[in-house]
Unconditional design. Structure first.
Length: 247
């Protein structure tokens, strides 16, 4: 993945993440106390607020044995995923997910909702876990294709979680990958990391390379946030310029 890392480092040098990252949340929500609200108010941009949120919720996870309220606030309120409701089935799914984090092996059932569940782990332990989001993986898979696999299949791709983003749904990355590697696809050569291992391999990739891409003392979530913002602009622009279909 050397070429992907080099490309990400070049992109990072051209982007001010504090200006581009615009994912906001309600800093006056009841999950926060008055001191925390005051701290958020002093931050100058959504990037800084989200970084502060990582560590505020990390402390809440450490100090609360009953964590259901935090779990579903992260998914429903911060993440905006209203369909993942706080019911017995999903509470049990979250419980199993936390156990599977310790074993570093996910069930296929839990990977099917990894966009939701990984939001939780990214706050429980920001040093070791990041969010496995559809936009993040879309951007990374495109970079793998264009930087590593342009002249032949060398690096596995990451399985795409479901996404709501219009670009991602209109230009399906799985289809692009399968067409590009049509020979491997027709010969049943596996192009993707297994779903059981994908989340942990992705987190390891982020942790291993974040300082090279984002600078010394950078945290894993900074590289994940960089990938997040690339999908809609840089990656989509590159995709439009490169993709040609000949029948």
């Amino acid at each position: 993945m050397k070429n992907v890392i080099t490309k990400l480092s070049e992109i990072n040098n051209q982007i001010n993440l504090k200006q581009r990252f615009d994912f906001s949340f309600d800093i006056t929500d009841r999950i926060f106390n008055s001191k925390e609200i005051e701290q958020f108010s002093s931050d100058k941009n959504p990037f800084d607020q989200n970084v502060r949120l990582k560590w505020i919720l990390n402390e809440k996870y450490k100090s609360n044995t009953e964590q259901n309220f935090i779990d579903f606030w992260v998914i429903n309120n911060w993440g905006g995923i209203r369909g993942f409701k706080q019911n017995e089935r999903n509470i049990e799914k979250v419980r199993k997910f936390k156990k599977q984090l310790e074993k570093k092996k996910l069930s296929k059932e839990n990977f099917s909702t990894i966009s939701s569940l990984s939001k939780i782990s990214s706050f429980i332990d920001p040093e070791n876990f990041v969010i496995y989001d559809s936009r993040v993986i879309y951007a990374l898979n495109w970079l793998i294709l264009t930087c590593e696999n342009q002249n032949g299949f060398k690096e596995e791709y990451y399985p795409m979680p479901n996404g709501r983003n219009k670009i991602i749904t209109s230009f399906d990355m799985n289809t692009i990958v399968n067409i590009f590697h049509i020979s491997e696809y027709t010969n049943n050569i596996e192009l993707y990391v297994s779903e059981q291992d994908a989340y942990f391999k992705f987190c390891d990739f982020i942790k291993t390379n974040v300082e090279f891409v984002c600078g010394k003392n950078s945290k894993p979530y900074e590289l994940e946030m960089l990938l997040f913002i690339l999908a809609d602009k840089e990656i989509f622009t590159d995709l439009k310029e490169r993709i040609k279909i000949i029948i």
